[in-house]
Design a protein around this ligand. Structure first.
Ligand SMILES: Cc1ncc(COP(=O)(O)O)c(C=O)c1O
Length: 309
């Protein structure tokens, strides 16, 4: 099963800061994979979808917040690959639906809203059994889409003969990073930029994933915890101005939850001369651009707005 754009392009960036620091920076444009699901979500979902097909499942069920890229991508996958989809959404239904949930419902996803307390049971057997009683037989994809099949898919993100020294990627659950670590098998350096605050468990989560997948914990990666901007889905003027200026300069749109924070952090490290001269950096654009409309709506009150043109 392939996305029509099988190998995403690598886009070199040019600016004065890179020249001063004497490093080279390119972006792997997973955001350009079309049709949906795109970004890292394509890689996280592809083998899950294959597994669901092989198991004769007709329904995919998953979990997410109201602006979740994963809910969006699962809804798109269901439509594209012929599954019914059920999204268990944290919190109350608010009409009109935000752009993410509207898209999901338009793609045929059945949205089922549960309280925040109930949502915390998302991995508990009794809760899953209860959902089976309600929705029948389904293929379960965990929140964020991270499982070993996602790691297998994310191991395909990096090209076979990578022309870089350091790869940089934002991290939520760490599934995407785990896949890239597996592929690199201890070679090169990997920098992860957590989008969540207090990600003290992230390293052990990533280690557990790679251990379960290939029996190894890798040492060639570091998590940079300084650029979460207050935590998941938090933002401020500094970040939004950065994303808007970056777009004007490079015609490359970043999302405010993941790739925007990673790129902000990466350019900050470059400016601090964190990397030796001649380092070749590859930043992964993991997508998530669907979230911009919802972000702009939510943050209008704080006069934060990401411009698309
Ligand atoms: C756009 C985007 N980038 C990065 C990530 C982080 O991926 P992971 O949860 O695999 O660390 C996510 C979440 O899946 C995402 O939606």
């Amino acid at each position: 099963m392939e996305s029509p754009l099988v190998r995403p392009i690598v886009q070199p960036l040019h600016n004065a800061e890179l020249d001063v620091a004497q490093v080279r920076l390119s972006v792997l444009r997973l955001d350009q994979l079309q049709p949906e699901p795109s970004g890292n979500k394509w890689y996280k979902l592809k083998y899950n979808i294959q597994q669901a097909r092989q198991g004769g499942y007709q329904t995919l069920l998953t979990f997410g917040g109201a602006y979740s890229n994963h809910i969006y991508a699962t809804a798109a996958s269901g439509k594209r690959f012929g599954f019914k989809t059920v999204g268990i959404i944290r919190g109350e239904r608010i009409d009109p639906l935000n752009p993410t949930l509207k898209f999901a419902e338009d793609k045929g996803m059945q949205l089922h809203f549960v309280s925040r307390e109930e949502y915390q049971n998302k991995t508990e057997t009794h809760f899953i059994d209860h959902l089976r009683g309600q929705f029948g037989r389904f293929y379960l994809i965990p929140e964020g889409g991270t499982n070993l099949l996602a790691v297998r898919g994310c191991a395909e993100i990096l090209p076979d003969s990578p022309e870089f020294d350091v790869v940089c990627c934002s991290a939520g659950t760490g599934g995407t990073l785990a896949g890239m670590l597996v592929k690199l098998a201890g070679q090169k350096q990997v920098l992860g930029f957590p989008a969540l605050k207090g990600g003290e468990f992230l390293r052990s989560d990533i280690d557990q994933l790679t251990q379960a997948y290939c029996g190894q914990k890798f040492k060639n990666y570091q998590l940079i915890h300084d650029y979460h901007f207050g935590g998941y889905a938090r933002a401020n003027h500094l970040l939004v101005d950065f994303i808007n200026k970056f777009y004007q300069k490079h015609q490359l749109l970043l999302d405010p939850i993941y790739s925007g924070k990673m790129m902000y952090g990466l350019l900050d490290l470059i400016e601090q001369k964190y990397f030796p001269a001649d380092t070749r950096l590859l930043a992964i654009h993991t997508g998530g651009l669907q979230g911009i409309d919802g972000f702009n709506q939510r943050y209008e009150i704080k006069k934060l707005c990401i411009f698309r043109n």
